[in-house]
Design a protein around this ligand. Structure first.
Ligand SMILES: [Zn+2]
Length: 308
């Protein structure tokens, strides 16, 4: 069965300047490689709808959602935090990004596809219930997970975040909701300097010192995430797929490679196949060196497809 590939041209229009690492070229590089390798033929393409206010408010404070709608600039740039800015096209791109994940949940729950990848930007996992930060506006994966719980009646959703940064926003949104198992791996100490002290039965964080390679990452996943996932038995597996822990990505100091993203995706696919009828919704987070980003996404998709 093909993978849903959910994206939208609006996601290319959010552009806060040449100096900002979160560039439209990230998505173009992914799309180019999927075309040149023929991977696009294994994908069913879907346009991302815009998330509705009702969907966004499943994970976000209504006043915060209102602020983003009313303050969105018609011209110029609005600074929300030190590295998170809104320009006139930002709100549309953010709405498409959250909407893509909601669409992915609907597609896997209706069994139209088994798994979905949301090729979207801006990313989401740093956005908290009432706060934009770290290039993120709406927490796309959290909106999708909350939607799966509220609208599809699921009782157990796992969110796995292998971006090099801690998914502080996702943890913040679900910290008191044991229906969500949140597993995050991240360089530590590192931005946003959260998560290293969190210890609950439904939040399983892996801290990785600078220089950590794929071998050590895999050991940590086997020791911490996989037992927690087997115990939790998720009905849906969601992935915050950031690729900025890649050795070629200057954003961090970890040393993962394409084969490590293939490996971790394969582990998560086995969990989904065992407990969740194979259902996976993955969404793009970070990854700023466009070549390694595109190759890592290709490895991730190939593993989601079971290497065909
Ligand atoms: Zn990141």
């Amino acid at each position: 069965m093909p993978i849903a590939y959910i994206s939208h041209p609006d996601c290319l229009l959010h552009d806060v300047g040449q100096d900002h690492p979160e560039q439209p070229g990230r998505l173009r590089a992914i799309q180019d490689l999927l075309i040149s390798t023929g991977m696009e033929f294994a994908l069913s393409q879907y346009d991302a709808p815009m998330a509705t206010r009702e969907q966004l408010e499943l994970a976000h404070d209504p006043d915060y959602v209102t602020m983003l709608f009313t303050d969105a600039p018609h011209e110029g740039i609005l600074e929300l935090d030190g590295d998170t800015f809104m320009m006139p096209k930002t709100l549309d791109a953010a709405l498409r990004s959250a909407g893509a994940v909601v669409k992915g949940v609907d597609l896997v729950m209706s069994k139209e596809v088994t798994s979905a990848f949301c090729a979207i930007r801006p990313p989401g996992h740093h956005a908290e219930r009432d706060r934009a930060m770290g290039f993120c506006y709406f927490n796309n994966v959290a909106v999708g997970a909350a939607y799966a719980l509220a609208k599809h009646g699921l009782e157990r959703v796992a969110v796995i975040d292998f971006d090099v940064h801690h998914g502080n926003g996702t943890e913040h949104i679900f910290e008191t909701d044991p229906r969500v198992l949140f597993c995050s791996s991240f360089q530590h100490p590192f931005y946003p300097f959260t998560g290293h002290e969190t210890e609950t039965d439904h939040i399983v964080n892996i801290t990785l010192p600078a220089g950590t390679n794929g071998e050590e990452f895999r050991k940590q996943v086997e020791a911490h995430w996989l037992p927690a996932l087997h115990h939790f038995k998720p009905q849906l597996v969601m992935i915050s797929a950031g690729f900025d822990a890649h050795i070629s990505d200057d954003m961090s100091h970890l040393r993962l490679r394409e084969a490590d993203y293939d490996w971790v995706t394969t582990q998560l696919k086995e969990i989904a196949d065992t407990y969740a009828e194979g259902r996976i919704v993955s969404t793009l987070e970070g990854g700023y060196e466009v070549g390694s980003l595109a190759r890592s996404v290709l490895a991730h998709l190939d593993a989601l497809l079971g290497h065909r």
